[in-house]
Write a protein that binds this ligand. Sequence first.
Ligand SMILES: NC(=O)CC[C@H](N)C(=O)O
Length: 477
Amino acid sequence: MRSLVDGYLSHIMDECHSDRSGHVADYIPELAAVDPEGYGLSLCVHDGHTYSHGDSATAFTIQSVSKPLTYAMILKKHGAAAVDAKIGVEPSGEAFNEISVDDRRRPKNPMINAGAIFAASMLLPPTRDVDAAAVDAAFREVLEFYSGCAGRHLVMDEEVYASEAATGSRNRAIAYMLDSFGALETSPDAALDLYYRQCSIRVTTDDLAGIGATIANGGMNPRTGRTVFSNETAQRLLSVMTTCGMYDGAGDWVTSVGLPAKSGVGGGILAVLPGQLGIGVYSPRLDEHGNSVRGVEVCRHLSTDLGLHMFNVTRESRVTIRSVYDLADTPVSAEWGEQERSYLRTCRDKIRVYELQGDLTFAGAESVQRRLEADIDAYTVVIVEISRIGVIDAVARTMVLSIKRLLDDSGRRAALVDPDGVVRASVDRHRDDAAVPDLGAPPELRGFEPSLPHVHSTMDDAVIDAETFLLKHYYDE
Ligand SMILES: NC(=O)CC[C@H](N)C(=O)O
């Protein structure tokens, strides 16, 4: 069965592909020389499954996407109170490399360079004469921590690091300004050195999506099962990424995309849907804020087309498959007579029921589709029972109906048990909604949604319960 999600993602990538505006970062030769056409997208869901598209294996430097990770490290090392005394959490409304502090002379937040350089200093010994060995040791911890978040061993790009260190007058100005306030406990040069190294770590969009999913999961990497930081830290990261992650465009970002995110001048963007998934996008042409142009556009599409805005998250959206059983083992009704039971035992069809619950959004529908696909040899008839689903959003509805259609096409019979008509209600809710997005369904499903007549004819197959389905399809034959 073809993955609907892959269809959506490649459609979204195609939509944004033609945008060649913006410029690659050129403050160092290594960044100026990257292929401006590089373009990758990865999405890592709550159980670690990753959808990878385009140049998802191309490595680029993490740059400022490193900032939330180092912030997580100092929170873990010093505790939130000690960190708050040194670095604020207010959006700055300024450029990422602004030379500024708040009225307590703290960097305004950890997502701008001033805050990030300060954060790096807090990983070093609190002494003015830090030697190279101490910076090496701190960097080993950084690499280990970032690798834990990504779920694989990461390395640093030596050339980018050497260039960053050779050209960073602006960052040096920031570090020395902080030092002039007497705020740094370590030497400004050591803090800068560590900061340049962390910015030069090489990642792919698969890595960013994995890091995003780790934050989404409250600090546990879903690929490795390892807990790298606490739930409280994850909550902090999500908060500062929401208010400060996209620099001076934060308000517009939250309104239109609604995903906590962090960008870097290497062209990467990491975005998180709390509790559900992580996204990594790569495209090195940047806008005037230093954010990837296509990356921002892709995130905008993911949010609107797939309903991923964080304030769209509904109840229990992760607890989706409530139970799964084969009818031959578990007749649906205790009242069934021996005749029906023996029919079921001898029936050549393998009938399997999936009961769903909660509110169904993209993430839930994604898990259901993957489960049905994985189990495809275990049934010839599948009954998806959604009577415990409270609300189904437009994307999940399309996905459920499309899954049914794909199953029909692969020779399975599929029925939807929808006694309260939540699918119908969802159609009605969106009937007058001109903004129902073109969901980027795979070509064979285009026009299937949101074309309403089609939905209606599909809904004729929706039945009141599993028993009615059986009666209609078996006993009446
Ligand atoms: N926004 C960024 O990615 C900035 C990172 C870059 N290395 C700098 O410090 O200037």
